[in-house]
Design a protein around this ligand. Sequence first.
Ligand SMILES: *[C@@H]1O[C@H](CO)[C@@H](O)[C@H](O)[C@H]1NC(C)=O
Ligand SMILES: *[C@@H]1O[C@H](CO)[C@@H](O)[C@H](O)[C@H]1NC(C)=O
Ligand SMILES: *[C@@H]1O[C@H](CO)[C@@H](O)[C@H](O)[C@H]1NC(C)=O
Ligand SMILES: *[C@@H]1O[C@H](CO)[C@@H](O)[C@H](O)[C@H]1NC(C)=O
Ligand SMILES: *[C@@H]1O[C@H](CO)[C@@H](O)[C@H](O)[C@H]1NC(C)=O
Length: 435
Amino acid sequence: MRRRCFSPAGMLIAGAILCLVASTAPAPALSAGRTTFSVSSFGAAGNGIADDSEALVKAWKFACRIPRSTVLLPSGHRFLISPVTLQGPCNTRLTLQIDGDVLAPPGMGYWPKARRPLQWLNFKWLDGFTIQGTGTVDGQSTLLRSVSPANVSQHWYISGVKPTLIRFYSSFNVSVRNIRITNSPQCHLKFDSSGGIKVKNITISSPGDSLNTDGIHLQNTRDVDIRSSSIGCGDDCISIQTGCSNVHMKNINCNPGHGISLGGLGKDNSLACVSDVFAEHINVENALYGVRIKTWQGGKGTVRNVTFSNVRVANVATPIAIDQFYCDAGGGGARCGNRSDAVGITGVAYRRVAGTYTYQPVRLACSDARPCTGVSMADVRLSPASAAGAGGLRQPLCWKSYGEAMGMIEPTGIACLQRSNGFVMPLTKPFNYTC
Ligand SMILES: *[C@@H]1O[C@H](CO)[C@@H](O)[C@H](O)[C@H]1NC(C)=O
Ligand SMILES: *[C@@H]1O[C@H](CO)[C@@H](O)[C@H](O)[C@H]1NC(C)=O
Ligand SMILES: *[C@@H]1O[C@H](CO)[C@@H](O)[C@H](O)[C@H]1NC(C)=O
Ligand SMILES: *[C@@H]1O[C@H](CO)[C@@H](O)[C@H](O)[C@H]1NC(C)=O
Ligand SMILES: *[C@@H]1O[C@H](CO)[C@@H](O)[C@H](O)[C@H]1NC(C)=O
């Protein structure tokens, strides 16, 4: 086979001189038209002790310049990686093949403050990029579980912000598939200001009591397809924030966690826009919520065209929730007082939602200022997880929600959904923003 050589500038050139250059860079392996750069040939020890991030960055820099190339983290090895930014723009169709285990330094928060990252693996400015493989990405944050919430800020980044494990920023046409992601100090997989995202067949697992560990977090991201994946964590299974549209989720298992969530939107009177979200064949178990939309009072903007279809719940506190009075513990008293504005919610469909709840089957708490409209339910059947059901609220709450209920609805009592009101918005004042 003809040897291919690379200049330091990464140009693929033919001829004799180039192979001199190749002696300074490891020869990449060629297979099926792909050029593979293994971190092991760039000096990675792969023993889980030595820091291999320099080798990863070197391999990335070489691969980045060559079309259809792969950076390989081979199986049978454990690569300890310090926080790194792997950035583009790169040549087309770069792949990060994670077959071995990739480990974050345990307790990243114990590092000197200046070196504490907001994210551990930070990908940015990529277009046409894939992460795949049979390996595990391990945030090793179990050590920090024992740190009390009051002490978290001492150990973590300013004001207690813990790093996200894998974050994409301003990246397009990205696929993440087959890998396992575990024990993140905070969010496991985040897409920010990105588009054309495909996530398939991944597993995310962290304990249910690990604080703020969202599974997948989307913000300002469009055209997303997440499917056939299992997510267990201590916060939202999939969290959809402002600026997201055309998000499709299919065949997702959430267990444990807080379920699939749009929001909290509109915090600090901000503008929030989320539209065209479709979730189907969703299975939520042992969770605080099943499918939820949460907005802060005082926000602006809209959530529109959201469908939850074929949702199974088991042992979920509140399977169906719209909460326009959302206020998390960090919100503080005054900030959560009654406001006269709210993020509008319109066009939310629940079709075939069935299973068991432990607290309240349905909670639609919409604001007086901007009632929810076009809320439809068809074939919703929810029963208490145990006959005892002590302390729970068997009755659904339905406040300022307009729409219609069709087919079998159990328990009954979602009376505020009235067909006659449908999409008619009983507004007291016009919207003064554009989404
Ligand atoms: C990204 O996807 C969009 C839409 O499919 C396409 O128009 C664009 O060319 C893609 N870019 C790359 C670099 O693949
Ligand atoms: C899903 O991922 C697992 C773990 O990497 C892998 O063994 C399996 O082959 C993948 N399934 C498909 C359909 O790709
Ligand atoms: C919090 O940190 C202080 C000072 O480092 C320590 O004395 C205390 O035991 C810690 N408390 C908990 C609950 O971890
Ligand atoms: C609602 O969202 C779905 C999913 O993104 C999309 O296919 C559909 O066209 C949208 N409907 C309207 C009326 O915009
Ligand atoms: C906010 O409004 C609700 C419903 O109108 C009312 O019950 C509650 O007392 C109000 N809270 C404050 C702090 O004004």
